[in-house]
Design a protein around this ligand. Structure first.
Ligand code: ADP
Ligand code: MG
Length: 276
């Protein structure tokens, strides 16, 4: 075996011992290229370190995405802005995707009927935040309240509260689907109060603000205080209209019967249907 081959094997095993998987993967090709192109030692080292840095960035993003526990993968590039009756603007969402609001500890609220893309957008913004290596956690409101109640009964409330507090972005999905009892409502209230002006929240809800009190066991005072905090520094995006899947179904049927009628995707549904 030539000295170079022995050295390469040694470097590979040292890189493994040093936990540098990017180096292990890039070594062979970079060494070959360096020989062929007569790189300076510094140049070669720079390329090696760049490969390791890229690999670490990549795995930390994957780690963040795993920790976020998104129920499914949704991204902005698959979101059809033309199908939102003009209420969700690509520019606004692109701006939110940059995540400065998370640095400012602001909130985002998506409110609107079922199937109008609230969860899709919430996950997609969460994915963007995770790609910026922010800590994100996705929870359904009913699930997190149940977990909080269980943790309280098991005397482990503090630990769960810390975990929920620590993430940079908490996505609270489906607030309003299941009403909470008083204790549950208070635990959720405490969580949001704890995060207020310190960490960001995305809330998706099918309720208008006036209906939130129903979810919190009719407690007006608590609901008002909660809404105050949530909405204080919040971007509120109200979605409307028919569910996306229903639209698509309608569109397809339309395509079969009256193909010539179709123009813009935004106008895909006849006016009467869109207003329904
Ligand atoms: P909501 O949370 O408002 O009830 P979802 O975000 O779960 O609705 O949307 C239901 C389904 O329709 C999902 O599969 C979602 O990806 C899709 N969807 C909704 N709106 C859009 C849209 N404007 N563009 C692409 N897909 C959409
Ligand atoms: Mg949803």
């Amino acid at each position: 075996m030539s000295r170079a081959v022995v050295a390469k094997d040694l470097v590979a095993s040292q890189a493994r011992a040093l936990k540098m998987p990017g180096v292990v993967r890039a070594l062979e090709a970079l060494a070959r290229q360096a020989h062929q192109e007569h790189w300076a030692y510094e140049e070669f080292l720079h390329e090696i370190f760049s490969a390791e840095l890229a690999s670490r960035l990549d795995s930390s993003i994957r780690q963040r995405l795993r920790e976020a526990r998104f129920p499914e993968m949704k991204t902005l590039d698959t979101f059809d802005f033309a199908a939102t009756d003009g209420v969700v603007h690509a520019a606004q969402i692109a701006d939110l995707a940059r995540g400065e609001w998370i640095t400012r500890h602001d909130n985002v609220i998506f409110a609107g009927p079922i199937g109008t893309g609230k969860t899709h957008l919430a996950i997609a913004l969460g994915v963007e935040a995770a790609r910026q290596r922010r800590r994100v956690l996705f929870v359904r409101a009913a699930d997190v309240v149940r977990s909080l109640l269980e943790a309280r009964d098991a005397r482990e409330l503090g630990r769960l509260q810390r975990r929920l507090y620590q993430v940079d972005l908490l996505v609270l999905d489906e607030l309003g689907f299941v009403p909470f009892d008083r204790a549950g409502g208070e635990l959720l209230f405490n969580l949001l109060t704890e995060r207020y002006e310190r960490r960001s929240v995305i809330v998706t809800t099918n309720l208008a603000f006036g209906e939130w009190v129903k979810v919190f066991a009719g407690d007006e005072k608590l609901t008002t205080a909660l809404l105050d905090r949530l909405a204080h520094h919040a971007t509120v995006i109200a979605t409307k209209g028919k569910s996306y899947r229903m639209r698509k179904k309608g569109e397809n049927q339309e395509n079969e019967t009256e193909t010539r009628e179709r123009v813009e995707p935004a106008q895909a549904l006849p006016k009467s249907k869109r207003q329904a």
